[in-house]
Write a protein that binds this ligand. Sequence first.
Ligand code: NAD
Length: 275
Amino acid sequence: MNSLLLNTDGVQVPQLGFGVWQVPSDEAERVVTTALEIGYRHVDTASAYENEEGVGRAVRASGIPREKLFVTTKLFNPDHGRAEAAFDESLSRLGLDYVDLYLIHWPLPKHGTYVQAWRGLEKIYRQGRAKAIGVSNFTIETLTRVIDEADITPSINQIELHPYFQQRQLREFHEANGILTEAWSPLGQGQGLLGDPALTVLSEKYGKTPAQIVLRWHIQLGNVVIPKSVTPARIKENFEVFDFVLDTEDMAAIGALNTADGRIGPDPDTFHWMG
Ligand code: NAD
């Protein structure tokens, strides 16, 4: 398993993680248990997913030493003004003493509260209760404001990213600022993307499934990826992406799949949902 170095104190993140959005808590406990048995060591949850309890139960029952695991959770939208209290609630639901990564889930630019929220995350980081802190769904504009006004640069920005929506400008901005790119919906939520003819061709060439080809593309770009599945065979399939390498021309062929309107999820500039 590859790991990438974050910009904070030598913390490393396993490049492939396991996402649990839209998985109810009891089911999350089962699927995270399966993922950890398969070999995943990185789990991505959020307060908004309402499954931190199940994730925490699976992590604690796994028997894997805590320091070998990487657990991420996120500050939900209504909690920008109470980051420390919301973090305590997440830790208590997880039943853990610390998380490896704590993210602001959405910037909510019209509310203008994300710098205040980031100050809260800086305090949590200084207390050692989050080994690293970062953001999610931030744009160049919102990231720039955090970098300019706060003390710590976010270690990661978790954003929608898949072959139909490649976010090149934002990835370049991350690279220039030492921020890792983490891809959410890395498989495009498994919809039309995985049936794309270009991926079928590569699937045949490498003897790998379209999902594995897409995950390998992310890995070779240097993205952290957190595919989600509740099907054990797919959870395993998504983990088996470290035994082959895509040629430069095939990376370029996937690069050519980008579209102007490939976004599946909400636009961070206009998403102000409060749950
Ligand atoms: P995804 O791209 O991981 O797709 C998941 C879906 O793809 C599954 O439900 C299944 O239908 C299909 N799938 C999975 N493996 C497959 C395989 N091997 N073959 C065929 N189909 C397969 O989408 P996602 O769940 O939206 O994103 C992954 C994770 O990213 C989430 O679980 C969550 O942790 C995170 N996320 C974060 C945000 C955010 O705002 N920060 C938003 C969305 C998702």
